[in-house]
Design a protein. Structure first.
Length: 176
């Protein structure tokens, strides 16, 4: 992939990989969450489904992918997902280290009070590098403005500070 796939305002969506391998174009420079040089263009994410102001509605199923991050400067956020419905993210395996120093592999936000987000069978055992040890040139920020709620994690599954629903993580591994 050389750009991310962003879908807002949809409902009842499934993205199934059937063991498809996710990899991205080369990244030569990154600042914060955006690529600034290389073959990949845009935010450091493969898929963004919903946003806090317009979360996904209905059902969402995502899974069956292998994230191949075995090369140099690899490892984007696999899924950034905000839902007011019911979501299942499962059967995803990371190969190699998340080494871009950007957002962790998953942000799963059960945004609405009745939202349910299930994550299961996710293997992130190889972890990720802290941005200080990568090509990411971002500076530490104290929050506020557009940075509120932005995840600095690089090795796991995060949520959103405004989450009100019911997240559940089962049978998953996250490395350091």
């Amino acid at each position: 992939m050389n750009t991310n796939h962003r879908h807002v305002g949809l409902q009842n969506l499934g993205i199934i990989g059937n063991n498809a391998v996710l990899t991205h174009g080369t990244v030569e420079a990154i600042d914060g969450f955006d690529m600034t040089s290389g073959e990949y263009h845009g935010p450091a994410q493969h898929f963004k489904i919903g946003v806090p102001d317009n979360p996904h509605k209905g059902k969402f199923v995502f899974g069956g992918f292998i994230a191949n991050w075995r090369g140099k400067n690899e490892g984007m956020q696999i899924l950034n997902h905000h839902t007011n419905g019911t979501s299942v993210t499962e059967n995803i395996r990371q190969q190699g280290i998340h080494s871009l120093g950007c957002q962790g592999p998953f942000r799963i936000d059960a945004h609405g009070a009745n939202a349910k987000a299930i994550v299961r069978g996710v293997d992130l055992r190889f972890g990720g590098k802290s941005y200080q040890f990568t090509i990411n040139t971002r500076q530490e920020r104290s929050g506020g403005g557009t940075e509120t709620g932005r995840s600095w994690a690089t090795s796991g599954i995060t949520t959103h500070p405004e989450a009100k629903g019911h997240p559940r993580v089962q049978q998953s591994m996250c490395g350091g």
